[in-house]
Design a protein around this ligand. Structure first.
Ligand code: GTP
Ligand code: MG
Length: 199
């Protein structure tokens, strides 16, 4: 996948601050520090479009990035990570509604990518999120990232275990090696219903 352009559009800590949707949107959600921002950078082949951090809790706003490829223009939405206990109570209380409100009410949202650390598997809050998405419009898929951390001989087993637990399609990925990038792109374009030549 060749990326012509990838730019930051806006960041919002309240739904009211969000610009109206202009293109098909794909949202990326997952526990804090799971590798959401790294995955977006890998997909768009930019090292530092999205800020990443070894400290959990780096992404605190809903950030929108516009991505232009030969086939399509679409918006990637980096959601704040959940499940990070060390944030203040008030901060944590404001994110549930922010993420849920976005997933429920955002017109133009086509698909939600729920990112899981392959070494940790599905946690309670991931399950809750998948259940929540199931009750709203957009489709969900799971990306199991940090695949490079699991020995090759165990990867297939871990992925099929996760597939059973999640009940939605699971794609293996690594932001370090780039494995899974092409397949995920094909899936996302399909989810966004963008066929070749459109946009
Ligand atoms: P928050 O914004 O804090 O919720 O985190 P995030 O989910 O955006 O994670 P981020 O992309 O900032 O990555 C967190 C840490 O995991 C960083 O140290 C990354 O370098 C590392 N990391 C991300 N993806 C991978 C991967 O595929 N493999 C390995 N080995 N490390 C990764
Ligand atoms: Mg992040």
């Amino acid at each position: 996948m060749e990326i012509h352009d990838a730019t930051f559009i806006s960041g919002a800590t309240h739904l009211k601050q969000m610009p109206p949707p202009s293109f098909a949107e794909i949202a990326f959600a997952g526990r804090s520090n799971v590798g959401k921002s790294s995955l977006i950078n890998t997909l768009v082949a930019r090292k530092r479009l999205v800020r990443t951090s070894s400290k959990p809790g780096c992404t605190r706003a809903i950030n929108i990035f516009r991505v232009r490829t030969r086939e399509a223009v679409l918006d990637f939405v980096d959601l704040p990570g959940y499940g990070y206990a060390q944030r203040s109570k008030a901060e944590r209380a404001s994110w549930g509604p922010l993420i849920e409100g976005f997933l429920r009410d955002r017109p133009g949202l086509r698909s939600v990518v729920v990112i899981i650390d392959i070494r940790r598997g599905l946690q309670d809050d991931d399950r809750q999120l998948l259940k929540f998405i199931d009750s709203t419009r957009p489709s969900a898929l799971v990306v199991a990232t940090k695949l490079d951390k699991v020995p090759k001989s165990k990867q297939r087993f871990e992925l099929s275990k996760l597939q059973k637990a999640a009940g939605v399609p699971v794609y293996g990925f690594s932001s370090v090696t780039g494995v899974g990038r092409d397949e995920l792109w094909r899936t996302l374009l399909r989810e966004a219903s963008i066929s070749q030549g459109e946009a």
